[in-house]
Design a protein around this ligand. Sequence first.
Ligand code: TGC
Ligand code: FAD
Length: 397
Amino acid sequence: MLDYVGLEADLDEEERLIRDTAREFVADRVKPEIGDHFENGTFPEELIGEMGDMGFYAPNLEGYGSPNVTETAYGLLMQELEAGDSGIRSMASVQGALVMYPIRAFGSEEQKERWLPALGSGDAVGCFGLTEPEHGSDPASMETTAERADDSAGRGADDADGYVLNGTKTWITNAPIADLALVWARDASDPDRPIRGFLVKTDREGVTTNEIDGKLSMRASVTGEIALDDAVVPAANVLPDVSGMKGPLSCLTQARYGIAWGAVGAARDCFEAAREYATDRDQFGKPIGGFQLQQEKLAEMATRITTAQLLAHRLAELKERDELRPQQVSMAKRNNVRMAREQARVAREMLGGNGITTDYPPMRHLANMETVYTYEGTHDIHSLILGEDLTGIVAFE
Ligand code: TGC
Ligand code: FAD
């Protein structure tokens, strides 16, 4: 496996173990079937519990059954899972960084005890509802509201100490298979109308989830819509310790960190497929890898992957020291996903006609990268986050 500057040497025993365990899991349980899942547009649901058993959901958190592994170990885990498929890494990202992290960071003791062990083991599946049909890159303009039940008399509120939620969330990973949705909504009963996080069980009356069909990217992942129609949620299900955009944006920083690592895994898988193909495939009487044009492609790919790996490793050091800034995460998400998108295309090209099939991974990773380039903040949005950081001038306003 590509590790051109010997980063392996800096890993401790636990980090190596986690990486190797995830690599083996991907080789045995993901790779044999993932092409078929991609073609059929299905997620391998049997892996949800297995990934829980292996401790793949938020192992970097502390307590409530999480082993609190290093940020490097967590990053390596994301890298290996995405070398399998972005849909597998997405499952772990959503469950861990977007649902378990906020419950751990902002939840009540009761919420932590109720949900963290269940989510960690994969007994419960979570999803994260931020995006709305009319508000993607600008979630602060969201329209979903939560009103105190006593302010909404006659609208289905059966719990005087609860909230009534109305609105639609879309493009939500795992929504159709989730037991729990973390829904971000505007608290309409508060004069400041702050955004707050609501833990909504998906079997509650007034909650409907529909699968989004017709995706040509991230096909081995379930994506859906959450419709909230006078859905009543007890007040005890509000995340008590955060309000405002800081809540969802903090979760995004955690997930974007994992994506910065994951993209390296997808690119590395494309590189390894291209390298193997280039040495096996003969044309004009010798392996295509013996031609200078193909060697230049491999050299460029290896260099771009290595620089992205270095950036990911540096983020881990900063995160471990609690010094990581969200803008640095934006730089790494932006750079590493663009790198993976470009290098998947080069690998696909090197495989000729075979490269467009699901028999080889590059085209599948390339298709997935269109989603990864777009979700968790589009490439453009991360440019503007960096632009603001570099100039002090906000482009969004
Ligand atoms: P802004 O006014 O800049 O900030 C509001 C408050 O939030 C704080 N903050 C952050 N905190 C932690 N991490 C970050 N990344 C943060 N960014 C901002 C900020 O300090 C402030 O705090 P305070 O205490 O002063 O209130 O917020 P804004 O609303 O203007 O944000 C602008 C912008 C464009 C950066 C933000 O809206 C954005 O990132 N948009 C992109 C939307 C996005 O990424 N959506 C992702 C949806 S989830 C998803 O795609 C999951 S895919 C999962 C999978 O399958 O893997
Ligand atoms: P828009 O915001 O409408 O953007 C359209 C284009 O305009 C983009 O190219 C964008 O870069 C550009 N643009 C927007 N604003 C600006 C600007 N100010 N300056 C310059 N260009 C701009 N969301 C969740 O909440 N939870 C999930 O689990 C989740 N999973 C997803 C899974 C998949 C498969 C996909 C595809 C998306 C998922 N999303 C999820 C939603 C994702 O986060 C959004 O698609 C993303 O934030 C972009 O929003 P949008 O699609 O509405 O595009």
